[in-house]
Design a binder for this molecule. Structure first.
Ligand code: NAP
Ligand code: ZN
Ligand code: ZN
Length: 352
Protein backbone atom coordinates (compact mmCIF):
# COMPACT_ATOMS: atom_id res chain seq x y z
CA UNK A 1 0.00 0.00 0.00
CA UNK A 2 1.23 3.47 -0.83
CA UNK A 3 -0.10 7.01 -0.54
CA UNK A 4 -0.29 9.60 -3.31
CA UNK A 5 1.47 12.87 -2.50
CA UNK A 6 1.91 16.21 -4.29
CA UNK A 7 5.27 17.92 -4.22
CA UNK A 8 7.64 20.07 -6.22
CA UNK A 9 10.43 18.31 -8.07
CA UNK A 10 13.24 18.99 -10.46
CA UNK A 11 14.01 16.54 -13.25
CA UNK A 12 17.56 17.60 -14.20
CA UNK A 13 20.36 19.89 -12.97
CA UNK A 14 19.11 22.68 -15.21
CA UNK A 15 15.32 22.40 -15.09
CA UNK A 16 13.10 24.48 -12.79
CA UNK A 17 11.11 22.79 -10.05
CA UNK A 18 7.47 22.07 -10.83
CA UNK A 19 4.45 20.19 -9.55
CA UNK A 20 5.09 16.44 -9.21
CA UNK A 21 2.74 13.67 -8.11
CA UNK A 22 4.47 10.73 -6.47
CA UNK A 23 3.92 7.92 -3.98
CA UNK A 24 5.19 7.38 -0.47
CA UNK A 25 5.00 4.18 1.52
CA UNK A 26 2.12 3.60 3.92
CA UNK A 27 3.12 3.74 7.57
CA UNK A 28 5.13 0.78 8.83
CA UNK A 29 4.65 -0.16 12.49
CA UNK A 30 7.33 2.28 13.66
CA UNK A 31 6.50 5.12 11.24
CA UNK A 32 5.02 8.54 11.77
CA UNK A 33 2.93 10.09 8.97
CA UNK A 34 3.34 13.87 9.00
CA UNK A 35 1.25 16.55 7.29
CA UNK A 36 3.93 19.07 6.37
CA UNK A 37 3.13 22.68 7.26
CA UNK A 38 6.43 24.41 6.51
CA UNK A 39 9.71 23.51 4.85
CA UNK A 40 12.79 25.71 4.92
CA UNK A 41 14.88 26.29 1.80
CA UNK A 42 18.52 25.38 2.46
CA UNK A 43 21.42 26.24 0.17
CA UNK A 44 22.05 22.46 0.06
CA UNK A 45 18.74 22.17 -1.81
CA UNK A 46 20.27 24.29 -4.58
CA UNK A 47 23.53 22.29 -4.55
CA UNK A 48 21.56 19.03 -4.77
CA UNK A 49 18.98 20.21 -7.33
CA UNK A 50 21.80 21.43 -9.59
CA UNK A 51 24.10 18.46 -8.97
CA UNK A 52 26.92 20.64 -7.58
CA UNK A 53 28.13 17.68 -5.50
CA UNK A 54 27.55 14.93 -8.14
CA UNK A 55 25.31 11.98 -7.27
CA UNK A 56 22.01 13.83 -7.68
CA UNK A 57 19.12 11.59 -8.69
CA UNK A 58 16.03 12.77 -10.53
CA UNK A 59 13.20 13.37 -10.18
CA UNK A 60 14.22 15.05 -6.91
CA UNK A 61 11.89 16.57 -4.32
CA UNK A 62 14.23 18.66 -2.13
CA UNK A 63 13.58 19.91 1.40
CA UNK A 64 15.02 18.87 4.77
CA UNK A 65 13.83 21.55 7.17
CA UNK A 66 10.41 20.07 7.81
CA UNK A 67 7.83 21.03 10.42
CA UNK A 68 4.35 19.60 10.49
CA UNK A 69 1.69 17.83 12.50
CA UNK A 70 1.39 14.11 13.02
CA UNK A 71 -1.46 12.71 10.91
CA UNK A 72 -1.23 9.10 12.10
CA UNK A 73 1.29 6.70 13.62
CA UNK A 74 2.10 3.02 13.13
CA UNK A 75 0.92 0.47 15.70
CA UNK A 76 4.31 0.34 17.44
CA UNK A 77 4.83 4.09 17.89
CA UNK A 78 4.50 5.29 21.48
CA UNK A 79 6.33 8.63 21.45
CA UNK A 80 4.07 10.54 19.05
CA UNK A 81 0.32 10.90 18.49
CA UNK A 82 -1.94 12.57 15.94
CA UNK A 83 -1.82 16.36 16.18
CA UNK A 84 1.69 16.64 17.70
CA UNK A 85 3.94 19.37 16.26
CA UNK A 86 7.04 17.59 14.97
CA UNK A 87 10.13 18.14 12.89
CA UNK A 88 12.27 16.16 10.45
CA UNK A 89 15.73 17.26 9.39
CA UNK A 90 18.33 15.98 6.95
CA UNK A 91 18.29 12.28 7.80
CA UNK A 92 15.46 9.74 7.95
CA UNK A 93 17.34 6.54 8.75
CA UNK A 94 20.71 5.04 9.74
CA UNK A 95 21.93 1.52 10.52
CA UNK A 96 21.28 1.90 14.30
CA UNK A 97 23.99 -0.63 15.21
CA UNK A 98 27.38 0.85 14.29
CA UNK A 99 29.65 2.58 16.83
CA UNK A 100 28.66 6.09 15.80
CA UNK A 101 24.92 5.35 15.76
CA UNK A 102 25.35 3.88 19.26
CA UNK A 103 26.83 7.24 20.35
CA UNK A 104 23.88 9.19 18.91
CA UNK A 105 25.95 10.41 15.99
CA UNK A 106 23.63 9.08 13.29
CA UNK A 107 24.89 11.75 10.88
CA UNK A 108 28.24 9.93 10.85
CA UNK A 109 26.74 6.40 10.60
CA UNK A 110 29.52 4.08 9.47
CA UNK A 111 27.12 2.49 7.00
CA UNK A 112 25.88 5.82 5.69
CA UNK A 113 22.75 7.63 6.85
CA UNK A 114 19.66 7.83 4.64
CA UNK A 115 19.15 11.43 3.55
CA UNK A 116 15.63 12.89 3.66
CA UNK A 117 15.78 13.28 -0.12
CA UNK A 118 18.09 12.08 -2.88
CA UNK A 119 18.51 8.79 -1.02
CA UNK A 120 17.10 5.27 -1.00
CA UNK A 121 15.05 3.77 1.81
CA UNK A 122 17.13 0.85 3.14
CA UNK A 123 14.07 -1.36 3.74
CA UNK A 124 12.01 -1.10 0.55
CA UNK A 125 14.57 0.54 -1.78
CA UNK A 126 12.13 3.34 -2.65
CA UNK A 127 13.68 6.75 -3.36
CA UNK A 128 13.43 9.29 -0.56
CA UNK A 129 11.61 12.52 -1.37
CA UNK A 130 11.89 15.62 0.80
CA UNK A 131 9.81 18.34 2.34
CA UNK A 132 8.78 20.35 -0.70
CA UNK A 133 5.63 18.24 -0.46
CA UNK A 134 2.41 17.88 1.50
CA UNK A 135 3.14 14.75 3.51
CA UNK A 136 6.07 12.56 4.62
CA UNK A 137 6.44 9.15 6.29
CA UNK A 138 9.40 8.82 8.66
CA UNK A 139 10.64 6.24 11.16
CA UNK A 140 9.83 7.49 14.68
CA UNK A 141 13.53 7.44 15.65
CA UNK A 142 14.14 10.27 13.18
CA UNK A 143 11.24 12.50 14.21
CA UNK A 144 11.74 15.22 16.84
CA UNK A 145 9.21 17.16 18.90
CA UNK A 146 8.79 20.86 18.28
CA UNK A 147 8.40 22.28 21.79
CA UNK A 148 5.36 24.40 22.62
CA UNK A 149 5.96 28.08 22.14
CA UNK A 150 8.16 27.85 19.05
CA UNK A 151 6.42 29.51 16.10
CA UNK A 152 6.28 26.79 13.47
CA UNK A 153 7.45 28.59 10.32
CA UNK A 154 10.42 30.00 12.22
CA UNK A 155 11.17 26.61 13.74
CA UNK A 156 11.50 24.83 10.37
CA UNK A 157 15.03 26.10 9.59
CA UNK A 158 16.23 24.87 12.98
CA UNK A 159 16.03 21.34 11.54
CA UNK A 160 19.08 21.99 9.33
CA UNK A 161 20.50 25.52 9.69
CA UNK A 162 19.98 25.34 13.45
CA UNK A 163 21.42 21.90 14.12
CA UNK A 164 24.31 22.32 11.67
CA UNK A 165 25.59 25.30 13.63
CA UNK A 166 24.56 24.00 17.07
CA UNK A 167 26.54 20.76 16.68
CA UNK A 168 29.99 22.37 16.27
CA UNK A 169 29.20 25.01 18.91
CA UNK A 170 28.53 22.16 21.36
CA UNK A 171 31.32 19.88 20.17
CA UNK A 172 33.91 22.65 20.64
CA UNK A 173 32.31 23.53 24.00
CA UNK A 174 31.39 27.13 23.37
CA UNK A 175 30.38 29.01 26.51
CA UNK A 176 30.64 32.31 28.36
CA UNK A 177 34.35 32.82 27.82
CA UNK A 178 34.42 31.78 24.14
CA UNK A 179 35.22 34.08 21.26
CA UNK A 180 33.29 32.82 18.25
CA UNK A 181 33.26 34.10 14.67
CA UNK A 182 30.86 33.21 11.88
CA UNK A 183 31.72 33.53 8.19
CA UNK A 184 28.75 34.42 5.93
CA UNK A 185 25.39 35.80 7.01
CA UNK A 186 22.83 33.55 5.37
CA UNK A 187 20.60 30.80 6.73
CA UNK A 188 23.31 28.96 8.66
CA UNK A 189 25.16 32.15 9.57
CA UNK A 190 22.22 33.87 11.20
CA UNK A 191 21.46 30.79 13.29
CA UNK A 192 25.12 30.57 14.33
CA UNK A 193 24.95 34.19 15.55
CA UNK A 194 21.76 33.61 17.54
CA UNK A 195 22.86 30.31 19.08
CA UNK A 196 26.40 31.32 20.01
CA UNK A 197 25.12 34.57 21.55
CA UNK A 198 22.57 32.64 23.61
CA UNK A 199 25.40 30.36 24.81
CA UNK A 200 27.10 33.44 26.19
CA UNK A 201 29.93 33.79 23.68
CA UNK A 202 31.45 36.97 22.34
CA UNK A 203 30.39 36.85 18.66
CA UNK A 204 31.85 38.33 15.47
CA UNK A 205 30.48 38.18 11.93
CA UNK A 206 32.73 38.01 8.88
CA UNK A 207 30.81 39.13 5.80
CA UNK A 208 31.39 40.42 2.27
CA UNK A 209 28.18 42.45 2.51
CA UNK A 210 28.73 45.88 4.11
CA UNK A 211 24.97 46.42 4.38
CA UNK A 212 24.41 43.55 6.81
CA UNK A 213 25.85 45.34 9.90
CA UNK A 214 22.59 46.36 11.55
CA UNK A 215 21.07 42.93 11.03
CA UNK A 216 24.21 41.22 12.32
CA UNK A 217 24.05 43.17 15.58
CA UNK A 218 20.32 42.53 15.96
CA UNK A 219 20.97 38.80 15.44
CA UNK A 220 23.61 38.67 18.17
CA UNK A 221 26.94 39.80 16.71
CA UNK A 222 29.07 41.99 18.96
CA UNK A 223 31.02 43.19 15.92
CA UNK A 224 31.16 42.84 12.15
CA UNK A 225 34.31 42.47 10.07
CA UNK A 226 34.18 43.19 6.35
CA UNK A 227 36.22 40.29 4.99
CA UNK A 228 37.19 42.27 1.88
CA UNK A 229 38.86 44.97 4.02
CA UNK A 230 42.47 44.02 4.85
CA UNK A 231 42.70 46.50 7.74
CA UNK A 232 39.57 45.14 9.40
CA UNK A 233 40.90 41.59 8.98
CA UNK A 234 44.27 42.52 10.49
CA UNK A 235 42.52 44.09 13.49
CA UNK A 236 41.16 40.69 14.54
CA UNK A 237 44.39 38.73 14.02
CA UNK A 238 44.70 35.88 16.58
CA UNK A 239 41.29 36.50 18.18
CA UNK A 240 38.94 33.55 17.85
CA UNK A 241 38.58 30.22 19.63
CA UNK A 242 36.10 28.91 17.08
CA UNK A 243 35.17 30.04 13.58
CA UNK A 244 32.15 28.55 11.80
CA UNK A 245 32.60 29.04 8.05
CA UNK A 246 29.29 28.77 6.17
CA UNK A 247 30.45 30.00 2.74
CA UNK A 248 28.92 27.66 0.12
CA UNK A 249 31.62 27.96 -2.55
CA UNK A 250 35.39 27.64 -2.80
CA UNK A 251 37.15 30.53 -1.07
CA UNK A 252 40.46 31.38 0.55
CA UNK A 253 40.41 29.99 4.10
CA UNK A 254 43.93 31.23 4.99
CA UNK A 255 42.89 34.78 6.00
CA UNK A 256 40.45 33.30 8.52
CA UNK A 257 43.08 30.92 9.95
CA UNK A 258 45.13 34.05 10.74
CA UNK A 259 42.29 35.27 12.96
CA UNK A 260 42.26 32.08 15.08
CA UNK A 261 43.72 32.26 18.57
CA UNK A 262 46.35 29.72 19.63
CA UNK A 263 44.66 26.25 19.67
CA UNK A 264 41.66 27.69 17.85
CA UNK A 265 39.55 25.76 15.34
CA UNK A 266 37.98 26.78 12.05
CA UNK A 267 35.05 24.50 11.18
CA UNK A 268 34.01 24.29 7.56
CA UNK A 269 30.30 23.56 7.22
CA UNK A 270 29.55 25.21 3.87
CA UNK A 271 31.98 24.25 1.14
CA UNK A 272 32.72 20.63 0.14
CA UNK A 273 35.78 20.09 -2.04
CA UNK A 274 39.45 20.92 -2.53
CA UNK A 275 40.53 24.25 -1.07
CA UNK A 276 41.84 26.84 -3.52
CA UNK A 277 44.14 28.58 -2.78
CA UNK A 278 45.71 25.71 -0.85
CA UNK A 279 45.75 25.70 2.92
CA UNK A 280 49.08 26.87 4.39
CA UNK A 281 50.03 24.47 7.19
CA UNK A 282 52.58 26.81 8.81
CA UNK A 283 50.08 28.82 10.88
CA UNK A 284 48.42 25.55 11.94
CA UNK A 285 51.71 24.08 13.12
CA UNK A 286 53.00 27.24 14.75
CA UNK A 287 49.71 27.98 16.53
CA UNK A 288 48.34 24.48 17.23
CA UNK A 289 45.38 25.49 15.10
CA UNK A 290 42.84 23.15 13.51
CA UNK A 291 40.83 23.29 10.30
CA UNK A 292 37.89 20.93 10.75
CA UNK A 293 34.53 20.06 9.24
CA UNK A 294 31.11 19.13 10.57
CA UNK A 295 27.88 17.82 9.11
CA UNK A 296 24.40 18.45 10.56
CA UNK A 297 23.84 16.72 13.93
CA UNK A 298 22.38 13.62 15.58
CA UNK A 299 18.75 13.14 16.54
CA UNK A 300 19.17 13.52 20.31
CA UNK A 301 21.32 16.58 19.70
CA UNK A 302 18.61 18.02 17.41
CA UNK A 303 16.04 17.61 20.18
CA UNK A 304 18.46 19.24 22.64
CA UNK A 305 18.87 22.21 20.26
CA UNK A 306 15.09 22.60 19.80
CA UNK A 307 14.58 22.53 23.58
CA UNK A 308 17.33 25.14 24.01
CA UNK A 309 15.66 27.32 21.37
CA UNK A 310 12.33 27.06 23.19
CA UNK A 311 13.93 28.14 26.48
CA UNK A 312 15.74 31.07 24.83
CA UNK A 313 12.94 32.05 22.43
CA UNK A 314 15.07 31.42 19.35
CA UNK A 315 13.63 30.84 15.88
CA UNK A 316 14.89 31.62 12.41
CA UNK A 317 14.14 34.97 10.73
CA UNK A 318 12.04 33.78 7.83
CA UNK A 319 10.41 35.00 4.66
CA UNK A 320 7.45 32.70 4.09
CA UNK A 321 6.93 31.90 0.40
CA UNK A 322 4.45 30.01 -1.75
CA UNK A 323 5.51 26.72 -3.31
CA UNK A 324 5.25 28.39 -6.73
CA UNK A 325 7.92 30.95 -5.69
CA UNK A 326 10.64 28.35 -5.19
CA UNK A 327 12.54 28.91 -8.44
CA UNK A 328 12.70 32.68 -7.91
CA UNK A 329 13.76 32.03 -4.29
CA UNK A 330 16.69 29.86 -5.42
CA UNK A 331 17.87 32.76 -7.62
CA UNK A 332 17.55 35.24 -4.76
CA UNK A 333 19.52 32.93 -2.45
CA UNK A 334 22.31 32.73 -5.01
CA UNK A 335 22.55 36.54 -4.77
CA UNK A 336 22.62 36.42 -0.92
CA UNK A 337 19.25 38.20 -1.05
CA UNK A 338 17.38 36.47 1.76
CA UNK A 339 16.69 37.58 5.33
CA UNK A 340 17.55 35.01 6.41
CA UNK A 341 15.69 31.89 5.37
CA UNK A 342 12.96 31.22 2.87
CA UNK A 343 10.29 28.88 4.24
CA UNK A 344 7.65 27.30 2.05
CA UNK A 345 4.07 27.35 3.33
CA UNK A 346 2.90 24.01 1.96
CA UNK A 347 -0.75 25.13 2.14
CA UNK A 348 0.09 26.94 -1.11
CA UNK A 349 0.71 23.66 -2.99
CA UNK A 350 -1.18 23.81 -6.32
CA UNK A 351 -4.04 21.30 -6.63
CA UNK A 352 -2.86 19.58 -9.80
N1 NAP B 1 27.64 20.87 6.90
C1 NAP B 1 26.33 20.72 6.90
O1 NAP B 1 25.79 19.85 7.57
C2 NAP B 1 25.48 21.68 6.14
C3 NAP B 1 24.13 21.81 6.45
C4 NAP B 1 23.39 22.76 5.78
C5 NAP B 1 23.97 23.53 4.78
N2 NAP B 1 25.26 23.33 4.46
C6 NAP B 1 25.94 24.14 3.44
O2 NAP B 1 26.28 25.39 4.06
C7 NAP B 1 26.36 26.40 3.06
C8 NAP B 1 25.57 27.60 3.52
O3 NAP B 1 24.19 27.29 3.49
P1 NAP B 1 23.10 28.42 3.76
O4 NAP B 1 21.79 27.76 3.55
O5 NAP B 1 23.41 29.13 5.01
O6 NAP B 1 23.39 29.40 2.51
P2 NAP B 1 22.95 30.92 2.30
O7 NAP B 1 21.73 31.22 3.08
O8 NAP B 1 22.94 31.09 0.83
O9 NAP B 1 24.15 31.77 2.96
C9 NAP B 1 25.48 31.69 2.52
C10 NAP B 1 26.19 32.99 2.87
O10 NAP B 1 27.57 32.84 2.52
C11 NAP B 1 28.09 34.07 2.00
N3 NAP B 1 28.55 33.77 0.63
C12 NAP B 1 27.83 33.32 -0.41
N4 NAP B 1 28.59 33.11 -1.50
C13 NAP B 1 29.83 33.44 -1.13
C14 NAP B 1 31.07 33.44 -1.80
N5 NAP B 1 31.18 33.05 -3.08
N6 NAP B 1 32.16 33.86 -1.12
C15 NAP B 1 32.06 34.28 0.14
N7 NAP B 1 30.89 34.27 0.84
C16 NAP B 1 29.80 33.87 0.21
C17 NAP B 1 26.96 35.07 2.01
O11 NAP B 1 27.07 35.82 3.22
P3 NAP B 1 27.61 37.33 3.26
O12 NAP B 1 26.71 38.11 2.34
O13 NAP B 1 27.44 37.68 4.69
O14 NAP B 1 29.04 37.31 2.82
C18 NAP B 1 25.71 34.19 2.07
O15 NAP B 1 24.64 34.84 2.66
C19 NAP B 1 25.85 25.73 1.77
O16 NAP B 1 26.96 25.30 1.01
C20 NAP B 1 25.10 24.53 2.25
O17 NAP B 1 25.04 23.50 1.31
C21 NAP B 1 26.03 22.43 5.13
ZN1 ZN C 1 20.33 21.95 4.83
ZN1 ZN D 1 25.16 3.42 11.91
Amino acid sequence: MVMNVRGYATHSPTSPLGLFNFVRRDARATDVVIDILYCGVCHSDIHNARNDWDGSRYPMVPGHEIVGRVREVGAGVTGFKAGDAVGVGCLVDSCQHCRTCARGLEQYCENGFTPTYNGTDPHDRMPTFGGYSERIVVSDKFVVKVPDGLELSGAAPLLCAGITTWSPLRHWKVGQSSKVAVVGLGGLGHMALKLSKAMGADVTLFTRSAGKGDDARRLGADRMVLSTDAAQMAAVNGEFDLIIDTVPYVHDVNPYVATLAISGTLVLVGYLGPLDPMLNSAPLVMGRKTVAGSVIGGIAETQEMLDFCAVHGITSDVEVIRMQDINASFERMLKSDVKYRFVIDTASMPAA
